[in-house]
Design a protein around this ligand. Structure first.
Ligand code: SIN
Length: 290
């Protein structure tokens, strides 16, 4: 099926217009998935006024979803932000309802991270639908971990090849979630995993850096200072402008990003007088391999 696809960056982001994801049968869903893989990690689908149940149905085409009946839920700390009728939908919002209950997680993802990287099977795709946006601000920045890896010297690639890093929800709980209530269960085994520092994409075969400041606590086997220095170098390297795409949201944008090949950062530069509400599904990816 022919899609109307335009590149948004030379390497890893593209947009599609003229489709209705809510009506995506097998052919359209397969074409969108291929366009997303071909784009290199990020596909913006414009003008999707999509109901939550259709969002969930479309997302299932990318794999099993966190929160779906019988599947892993997201970490307990975010359970209050899950959609009451759709356990697969994680809500992001800076607003509260008339009873003072949050409509979603405020400040979600306001740090560089790859979704749920602290699980044995971290996220594959995340699919985020914009429902309400500030007049200006509230952009999301994405970073291309595949191009960042490719740009490293052969000597650095050789150093990184055998390394593994610990991804630990406690890392975020100490820093990014410091002001939120964190549930004890989240600090236990299920939210800590060891992954290769460089992973090979299960579908494209491309290699990407797979460490992120949000959840990666340290590189295994290194002294603390060595690990901090190497991670610090990698983070400065991947977030160089040439590896970034900053998305200025338009109403009804739906973004599909690949957590296996990108990191993202939600910019919270808007006030509570500017409502922002988005719904996200998160696909359970495969166990990362080097
Ligand atoms: C997230 O990390 O999923 C939130 C992204 C955003 O709100 O822009």
């Amino acid at each position: 099926m022919e899609l109307n696809v335009h590149a948004l960056t030379p390497r890893f982001a593209a947009e599609v217009t003229g489709v209705d994801v809510a009506q995506a049968g097998g052919n359209l869903a397969a074409a969108l998935k291929q366009a997303w893989l071909d784009a290199g990690g990020l596909l913006v689908v414009r003008d999707q006024d999509i109901a939550s149940d259709k969002h969930v149905a479309f997302s299932h085409r990318f794999g099993p979803l966190f929160g779906a009946p019988g599947e892993d839920p997201l970490q307990e700390t975010v359970s209050i932000y899950i959609h009451p009728d759709h356990p697969e939908i994680y809500r992001v919002s800076n607003q509260v309802d008339s009873q003072g209950k949050p409509k979603g997680r405020k400040g979600a993802g306001t740090y560089w991270h790859s979704d749920v990287s602290f699980r044995e099977r971290p996220a594959g795709a995340s699919i985020l639908s914009a429902k309400q946006l500030p007049d200006v601000g509230g952009d999301t920045i994405f970073c291309d971990q595949t191009s960042a890896y490719a740009a490293l010297s052969e000597a650095m690639k050789t150093l990184l090849a055998p390394l593994h890093a610990v991804h630990d929800f406690a890392q975020a709980a100490r820093t990014q979630y410091a002001s939120a209530v964190v549930v004890d269960d989240d600090m236990a085994g299920a939210n800590k995993a060891l992954h290769p520092v460089v992973r090979r994409h299960a579908e494209t075969g491309a290699k990407s850096l797979f460490v992120n400041p949000g959840f990666t606590s340290h590189i295994e086997g290194f002294h603390e200072g060595e690990s901090a220095a190497l991670l610090g170098f990698l983070y400065a390297h991947c977030t160089r402008p040439e590896f970034l795409y900053r998305h200025r949201w338009s109403p009804r944008d739906l973004i599909i990003w690949d957590n296996r090949a990108t990191m993202h950062y939600a910019v919270m530069d808007y006030g509570d007088d500017q409502p922002r509400y988005l719904e996200r599904t998160t696909v359970i990816g495969e166990r990362p391999v080097a």
